[in-house]
Design a protein around this ligand. Structure first.
Ligand code: GLA
Length: 358
């Protein structure tokens, strides 16, 4: 039997960082890097899965996908299978071969790409067509329980719903979304610092706790509802809340600027977002700050900021199409001079969301 092939992309977030789990607004775009799954159904209820990246195979029965080591790549596959079944999709067993070119641990959502590609593959061959939002939520809950990261909905949502040539303004409360074209005169350049600091997952969960604590003290369901920062809020919860409130406002403003073609305004909002993530939310690091500073000195750069969860990973830069070559060469050289690390620099178009390849 010829396998069917499914693909789901990674993402960059242009602005709206660490606000999805406070029900704010985000503006991500899917990228050209993706996770690809070749799938053939089996007659028993077993999943056999091979990862090309890890050169390793794993198998488990659908009745009991939960027996695994945390942190292992297969936890995403097990989690997605378990969550699909919990949602009422009785799955067929399957042989899966997974390949991905989304850089791992780089803040480009390689895990959401993996989850969504596997979920779409398993559901489709078993005869289920799920609404996009449900698919994204199933993958998000797999990540919560099987990878122990209490992520928001942004990464899985954009992996499902990405639109070629567009970023997506997503309201993480109502889940209404609107695609916003990326002007043809600019390119999204992603610079990988090549570092991933140890504490990324636990610190992510800590930041989320700080935001929940701030919302509790203010007396609102989530920080999205806080009209302002009250005087009795102090310390970390105060700083986190200030970031969230300002970042939500910045993101709405940035989307309007992108729609009206005001790239200068858009870029300065990106820069302000980085400063806030560094100083108030405290999820940046010296490598990200250095990368952003170098980038901003280059001609044709509108804005530069860290993207994704932080503590290493990538920056996203909005750069004039004509300035891309010079940017790449200089940033690569100067980052190496400062940090002693050769970065990876990717120029990516905004890509489409998950689909079956025919
Ligand atoms: C990670 C999470 C997202 C989001 C970002 C920060 O990518 O998976 O839900 O919270 O961090 O904006």
């Amino acid at each position: 039997m010829t396998p069917r092939i499914f693909r789901a992309p990674g993402r960059v977030n242009l602005i709206g960082e660490h606000v999805d789990y406070s029900e704010g607004f985000v503006l991500p775009a899917a990228i050209d890097f993706a996770s690809t799954v070749a799938i053939t159904p089996r007659l028993d209820r077993r999943i056999h899965v091979h990862s090309r990246q890890f050169g390793e195979a794993v198998e488990f029965p659908l009745e009991n996908p939960g027996d695994f080591e945390f942190g292992h790549w297969s936890c995403y596959v097990r989690g997605v299978a378990a969550k699909l079944e919990e949602a009422g999709c009785v799955l067929m067993g399957a042989d899966l071969a997974i390949d991905s070119d989304v850089p791992m641990g780089a803040g480009l959502s390689s895990s959401a790409a993996l989850e969504v590609s596997v979920a779409l593959a398993l559901a489709t061959v078993s005869g289920f067509v799920l609404p996009g939002l449900e698919l994204a939520r199933i993958c998000q809950s797999a990540e919560h329980e099987y990878a122990k990261t209490r992520c928001g909905i942004m990464d899985q949502f954009i992996a499902v719903n990405g639109v070629e040539g567009h970023a997506l303004l997503l309201d993480c409360r109502s889940m209404e979304h609107k695609s916003v074209p990326i002007p043809p005169a600019v390119r999204m350049i992603v610079c990988n610092t090549m570092v991933k600091h140890q504490l990324a997952a636990s610190e992510y969960n800590n930041r989320r706790k700080d935001c929940e604590e701030a919302a509790r003290i203010i007396g609102v369901r989530s920080l999205r509802d806080a009209p302002e920062i009250p005087d009795n809020l102090s310390g970390n919860p105060r700083r986190r809340a200030q970031h969230v409130l300002e970042e939500i406002a910045r993101t709405r403003e940035a989307a309007a600027a992108l729609i009206s073609g005001d790239l200068t305004q858009f870029g300065s909002l990106m820069n302000a977002s980085h400063a806030s993530l560094r100083d108030l939310f405290e999820v940046s690091c010296v490598e990200l700050d250095t990368m952003v500073e170098i980038a901003r000195r280059q001609p044709g750069v509108y804005g530069a900021r860290m993207t994704g969860g932080g503590f290493g990973g990538c920056t996203v830069n909005l750069v004039d199409a004509g300035a891309v070559l010079g940017f790449r060469e200089t940033v690569e050289r100067e980052y190496f001079t400062c940090m002693g690390i050769k970065p990876q620099i990717y120029v990516s178009a905004a890509a489409a969301g998950a689909r079956e390849l025919t």
